[in-house]
Each structure stands twice: as structure tokens, then as C-alpha cells.
Design a protein around this ligand. Structure first.
Ligand code: ZN
Length: 268
């Protein structure tokens, strides 16, 4: 007797992960191809991963790997109706560097006024993230400057031998006035002078992805502006808590800080 193959087995979910190996703090791409009859869902490390339609029945997610993720091989679960599929991602261990920094004492041990301002601004930064859905970016992400990186993501910094912080961004060298380019298309959602970040600019790229640019000497665009990839959005400076002129750029994806260098490598 012939075994009848149902539509579920006839059209299995086609799932790809790229790259297949990352380090903590990286981002990777998850692509899911369905038969188009049922919505697909993905889950990784206990969190639901939003999938966005790209073309035909193809769905895409950019998945952040928290910097505190323990090295291991992890399973990603994908479901679409009755269909189930798994994919694997390997998180390799990585030794992040430790560096010592000397900053003006007033920027490390804060006065009560500065402390209050920093707390206020942290609260502002906690709630400015809109529910960004439609992707505004297109194609690969690019570096915001042509200059080299001075301090990579994940570096542990000891400031004035007492305060320790993990660098959740990437520092690019550059003299004051050097143009800063948008790493992809999006909408400017913040241009403010903040205590730590100095002149800070945030771009919403959609799909829960934001790029943040700090210490700017000038803004070249305004809040609400729709900008193109590689458009000049500001100039390098040393405003806020900076030891000298440079660009501090960070990327936020689904609420986590990720390594911009891993974002630039994605084949999108
Ligand atoms: Zn930095």
C-alpha cells in the first residue's frame, strides 16, 4: 500500500544559518523558506525571533547573540503550523581584551548634578526605542568611516584604576570634523547632547535594528529625517565622555548590543 505523503512532509521547511559559527556579541542571519501556507516562528535561547518576509516565501531574521552567552552549540527551533525544523549555531569562546584608561576625574567620579543628569538620560535611552518593524535598510551594512578601529567591541576597560565597563560599541579613529556615514538607510530618531555620549545620533533601520553614533562635533541631519546608506549624518568630535576625538558607534538589535564588525560582514 502506498503511503500518502501529506503537504507537511512534501514541503519541508528550508532553513539556513549564516555564518554557522560566531563569538559572543555577534549577529547571524536566519533564513526560512516555507510553502507559504502558514506563518513561521523561530525561537533561540528562549526568545522568539521575529521573522520578516523578504521575497516570495522567504523569511529573514537577524539574530543577536548576547555577549554573555556561554560558548556552546545551540539549537534554533523553527515552526510553521505542523512543520518543524531545527538549525544549529556554534558560539565559540573568545578572550576579550582588557585595557586601562585615564580620563578627567570629573568624568569618572560624577558630581551629584552630573550623576542626576546621567540617570535621567539613561532613562530616556531606555524608552526611546520605537516598535520598529518594516525593514528600512537595504543590502549590506557599511563602516561609518574609512578609518581604522581603535577599540573593538567587548573590550573591558578599567577607568582611572577603579571603574570597570565593557565596551558595547566600536571606536573608530578620526580627527575632529571627519565625516560620519550612515551604515545603512533608516530614520533619524534622536539628535541630543548627552553626558556620556556627547552629541549622540540614533538611526532606526527597522526590524528592531538601530545604529548609535556618539561624541559628534556636529549633526548633519535632524530628528525625523529619512536618510540613505552612506549619507553623511555628522562629523567626528570629542563631545561627552571622550578621551579625544573619535567615533563611538554601537548597534542595538532586539534590545541587545551587538558587535558592528559582525554586522558589516553579513551577506545581505
Ligand atoms: Zn567607544
Amino acid at each position: 500500500m502506498l503511503v500518502q505523503l501529506g503537504p507537511d512532509t512534501a514541503h519541508a521547511l528550508n532553513v539556513t544559518v549564516n555564518p554557522k559559527e560566531v563569538i559572543p556579541g555577534d549577529v547571524f542571519i536566519l533564513k526560512v523558506e516555507t510553502d507559504g501556507t502558514r506563518p513561521a516562528e523561530a525561537e533561540f535561547l528562549g526568545s522568539k525571533i521575529p521573522l520578516y518576509p523578504v521575497k516570495g516565501n522567504q523569511l529573514l531574521a537577524m539574530v543577536p547573540v548576547d555577549i554573555d552567552t556561554a560558548p556552546a552549540k545551540y539549537t534554533i527551533n523553527i515552526t510553521a503550523g505542523e512543520q518543524r525544523q531545527t538549525a544549529a549555531i556554534t558560539v565559540n569562546s573568545h578572550e576579550f581584551r582588557t585595557i586601562k584608561l585615564t580620563l578627567p576625574e570629573g568624568k569618572v567620579t560624577l558630581s551629584p548634578e552630573d550623576e542626576a543628569r546621567a540617570v535621567r538620560e539613561a532613562e530616556l535611552l531606555n524608552k526611546i526605542w520605537p516598535e520598529s518593524t518594516t525593514p528600512a535598510w537595504n543590502g549590506r551594512f557599511i563602516s561609518p568611516t574609512n578609518s581604522e578601529i581603535s577599540t573593538a567591541f567587548g573590550v573591558k576597560r578599567i577607568m582611572n584604576e577603579k571603574k570597570t565597563s565593557v565596551h558595547k560599541g566600536t571606536d573608530f579613529r578620526g580627527a575632529t570634523g571627519t565625516p560620519v556615514k550612515a551604515i545603512n538607510a533608516g530614520t533619524v530618531i534622536l539628535t541630543e547632547d548627552l553626558f556620556f555620549g556627547g552629541n549622540t545620533l540614533i538611526v532606526d533601520h527597522g526590524m528592531g535594528l538601530y545604529s548609535i553614533y556618539m561624541h559628534l562635533s556636529e549633526f548633519s541631519v535632524s530628528k525625523g529625517d529619512k536618510i540613505l546608506k552612506s549619507q553623511i549624518i555628522g562629523l567626528i568630535g570629542s563631545t561627552g565622555r571622550a578621551s579625544g576625538p573619535h567615533l563611538h558607534m554601537s548597534v542595538r538589535l532586539n534590545g541587545l548590543s551587538i558587535n558592528a564588525e559582525s554586522l558589516f560582514k553579513l551577506e545581505l
